[in-house]
Design a protein around this ligand. Sequence first.
Ligand code: UTP
Length: 277
Amino acid sequence: MSNSPIRKCLFPAAGYGTRFLPATKATPKEMLPILTKPLIQYGVEEAVEAGITTMAVVTGRGKRAIEDHFDISYELEQQIKGTSKEHLLTEIRSLINKCTFSYTRQVEMKGLGHAILTGETLIGNEPFAVILADDLCDHNSSGVLQQMVELYKKHQCSIVAIEEVPKEETYKYGVIDGKEIEDGVFMISDMVEKPDPQDAPSNLAIIGRYILTPDIFGIISETKPGKGGEIQITDALLTQAKQGKVLAYRFKGKRFDCGSVDGFVEATNFFYNKSKG
Ligand code: UTP
């Protein structure tokens, strides 16, 4: 098992997206588009780039649009066949052909850790990747998940992606402490969920990309609710770090917090300019 490749990617997508109300009242946050592509499609493309073709999605009530997006719409295909718009469906059609998608529902929103545990039924006993689609990543060479998969091949342990954030923003993130063992790779010794700046062990914040070994499921199921009364993946990962090792990886690339209006607008402008450039 320890030498298993990363074959599956879990997308926790059950959250309510309250920062985007009313847009997210009947539309999943993950389906909000940056230009013409929904956030979750960018995530699936990043996973495919990392060599993963099995997608596992944790959804909730009101998230049916995600399943429909990764399915063929025969009427639509017929309608635009042979027209100048046919190419607009090429990318999504190719993802549908390449990948399998399976879904399970998180019935109660008890936090990201709980959402990941809900995905166990789709993942089983193997290491897996996690993408939070509202963290949209751009890069010049290889995607963030691909960078992490490469690191996993060497270390065979759980890995979280991190970036430096302004100290006054640590309250939005899980924040790590650790020793840099190679350029941009830290051995985690402590992790705190959403600390106030004065309590933050560093300014290295966890973003929405993880590689997790399957023992995390047992650890999450024993993890008590933490900050905000939610079962936090940060708390479970700290337990895993204390039992063995968990690495943090300062990825190469740029991340946009598309779960916030500011980050969403920034990403839209960035990708628009990139598309013109
Ligand atoms: P967020 O806290 O950013 O998402 O969770 P949210 O709760 O949907 O957004 P706001 O704060 O109300 O605007 C991070 C990720 O974890 C998932 C979310 O879907 C998001 O991708 N999540 C969170 C779950 O799947 N289940 C949960 O119980 C909590």
